[in-house]
Design a protein. Structure first.
Length: 84
C-alpha cells in the first residue's frame, strides 16, 4: 500500500530563514516510498512545490504497528525562504 495521508494532519510554520511542514501518513507496509531529494511538499491548497525554495522531506519517522497492521509515518519537510 502506498502512503495514505491522515486527513487534517498537515502543519505549516516558519522562522526567519526556513519554512517547515509536517504531515502524517499510514501504510500497511514499512516502506514509505519517499525519495528524500525529490518528493516535494504539496501545500494545503493542493499545489506541489518545486525548485530551490520547495520543501523536501528532511526526516521520516516510522512508528510501527500503532494500530494492528498499520505503520504510522511522520514526515518533516523543510526549505529555505526566498530572499526578498
Amino acid at each position: 500500500m502506498a502512503l495514505a495521508e491522515i486527513m487534517g494532519s498537515r502543519e505549516e510554520w516558519e522562522d526567519a530563514k526556513m519554512i517547515y511542514s509536517r504531515a502524517l501518513y499510514v501504510s500497511t507496509d514499512s516502506a514509505h516510498g519517499l525519495t528524500l531529494s525529490t518528493a516535494f511538499y504539496t501545500t494545503k491548497a493542493g499545489a506541489t512545490e518545486s525548485g530551490v525554495t520547495g520543501r523536501l522531506p528532511t526526516k521520516v519517522k516510522m512508528d510501527p504497528e500503532v494500530l494492528p497492521g498499520l505503520n504510522h509515518f511522520a514526515v518533516l519537510y523543510a526549505a529555505f525562504k526566498a530572499y526578498a
